[in-house]
Design a protein around this ligand. Structure first.
Ligand code: ATP
Ligand code: MG
Length: 475
């Protein structure tokens, strides 16, 4: 990573540097409590407990990453991460409620009743490594949690394809800050003196509303292509502009996103789109070209005009997601993917139907085909695929309002999401009003359906012979 040397600035506290002494690392800017708005009241009590305990045991420990950034911006942080010079094993020995996660990149989760505080150890700067990028400072995925049952790998190891992987190699706070992605994500908060520690000019960029990658952007994107997606995510979330030199390489490198770990893409996309800025995130994904690379099926569908009009459904649907999220009505992951993929899935369902001369669009095989095409890029769990099927199947189920059908459909586990999807789609397309009104009324008034008296489970005409009672044993 090409890191520019910055002029040393005066510091008013001593930042303990551990283990590796890198001559060309910058000195931090340290902003005392009087110069910033981060107060303890804005930090989770559990995170404060962790910081206090580590400090009292003689370790350096800072609040890091998104939490410091968000508090400085007047936003409520989603979670509170801590970095320290204690190794994961040391953290475990200090906290009874600590669990070590990850194998190649060991971190500690301190579990409290309603919150997990993630504690990672300062990592060393190192060369580009796997397509997974710098996992040490990435959010933990389900895969990592499964992996944590196995013995941790120590120090430097090799990847399956022989690349040298330097993972559980600890470093200094400066190194840890500089291996993060954007300058605004590198800020540390020191509970010892309530100061903010800035190694990369993050405070300046925060003021300017700028997202700037640390080091050479092209190199950093190649090192970990997920950072392109993160640039879009933070631009949408924070309302920041992506700095020119960090934006330009995305056009050229966008295809590299396909080499990223598919679970990480799934996690990042969820964060990007199940948010208050879903629509903005969608537009940015399209203008950067990342959407077309990750969802070529939908991109092709969007390119096909229908009745001389381009498809505008998706933009409106993302606006709907955004409005729902803002009103506190969570949108589920399958519903999100059903919305993104419904265009190509319904087109495929129709073509299968026509080829087979069937009466109705073949939704199930179409979901299977389109989703399995996407699985190699984004790891959509099986349970989500089943739910996507259920949601889109509603297109066929909602018109069936006779007899017991509405009663059985209501009991389907995917009914609630299917109904939300059906309602949203109808409201955007401006039709189906009557059917919707029927369903609204039905859901308000319907008594639970009970089967008719006759027992249809028996074959007609045959009466079951009464079961022979086994006589009680004589003693
Ligand atoms: P949010 O709260 O929206 O998730 P965040 O900044 O906390 O924002 P996370 O994805 O939780 O984002 O990551 C936590 C921190 O880890 C980031 O602030 C950043 O410093 C670092 N980080 C995460 N992913 C990467 C990456 N791919 N490359 C470098 N640093 C990263
Ligand atoms: Mg976070």
């Amino acid at each position: 990573m090409a890191l520019k040397r910055r002029a040393a600035r005066p510091t008013d506290i001593d930042i303990p540097m551990i283990s590796i002494d890198k001559g060309d690392l910058p000195s931090p800017v340290i902003v005392p409590r009087s110069g910033h708005p981060v107060s303890r009241k804005l930090i989770s009590e559990n995170a404060l407990k962790v910081l206090r305990r580590l400090n009292s045991q003689g370790y350096t420990a800072y609040l890091a990453g998104g939490a410091v950034r968000d508090i400085l911006l007047g936003r409520e942080p989603k979670d509170f991460d801590v970095v320290t010079n204690a190794t994961p094993e040391e953290v475990k020995s200090i906290f009874r409620n600590a669990f070590l996660i990850g194998r190649r990149f060991r971190i500690a989760h301190i579990r409290f009743r309603a919150e997990i505080i993630e504690v990672s150890t300062f990592r060393a700067l190192h060369e580009p490594e796997t397509p997974d990028g710098d996992k040490a400072i990435q959010p933990v995925t389900e895969e990592d949690i499964k992996d944590s049952k196995r013995k941790p790998l120590e120090g430097r190891i090799h990847t399956e394809d022989g690349l040298i992987l330097r993972d559980n190699v600890w470093g200094s706070p400066a190194e840890d800050a500089l291996r993060r992605d954007f300058t605004v994500n590198t800020l540390f908060y020191n509970l010892r003196d309530f100061s903010i520690i800035d190694y990369a000019g993050g405070l300046e960029d925060l003021k300017k509303g700028k997202l700037r990658l640390i080091g050479d952007p092209e190199e950093r994107y190649r090192e970990d292509p997920v950072r392109m997606l993160r640039a879009v995510r933070f631009a949408a979330k924070l309302g920041f502009t992506i700095d020119g030199p960090s934006l330009v390489p995305i056009a050229q490198l966008k295809d590299h996103i396909l080499s990223a770990n598919s679970s990480r893409l799934y996690e990042e996309l969820k964060k990007l789109w199940l948010s208050d800025e879903a629509e903005k995130g969608y537009q940015l994904m399209r203008t950067t070209g990342l959407f077309g690379v990750l969802f070529p099926e939908t991109e092709n569908w969007l390119d096909i005009e229908e009745g001389c009009y381009p498809h505008t459904f998706l933009g409106h649907a993302f606006q709907w997601i955004e409005d729902e999220m803002r009103s506190g009505r969570e949108v589920s992951v399958p519903l999100l993917f059903a919305i993104i993929l419904c265009g190509p899935i319904m087109a495929k369902a129709k073509s299968i139907q026509e080829a087979a001369g069937q009466k109705l669009p073949a939704i199930f095989p179409a979901v299977k085909e389109v989703v399995s095409g996407i699985q190699s890029r984004i790891s959509i769990p099986r349970r989500d695929t089943e739910a996507i099927k259920g949601i889109l199947y509603g297109e066929q189920r909602f018109p069936q309002i006779r007899g017991k059908r509405p009663f059985t459909w209501v009991k389907n586990p995917h009914f609630a999401d299917a109904f939300r999807y059906f309602k949203m789609k109808n409201s955007l397309e401006g039709d189906g009003g009557e059917l919707l009104a029927w369903w609204d009324k039905f859901l308000e008034t319907a008594e639970p359906w009970s089967p008719p008296k006759r027992d249809y489970s028996r074959k007609s005409g045959r009466r079951r012979r009464p079961r022979k009672r086994t006589p009680a044993k004589k003693i």
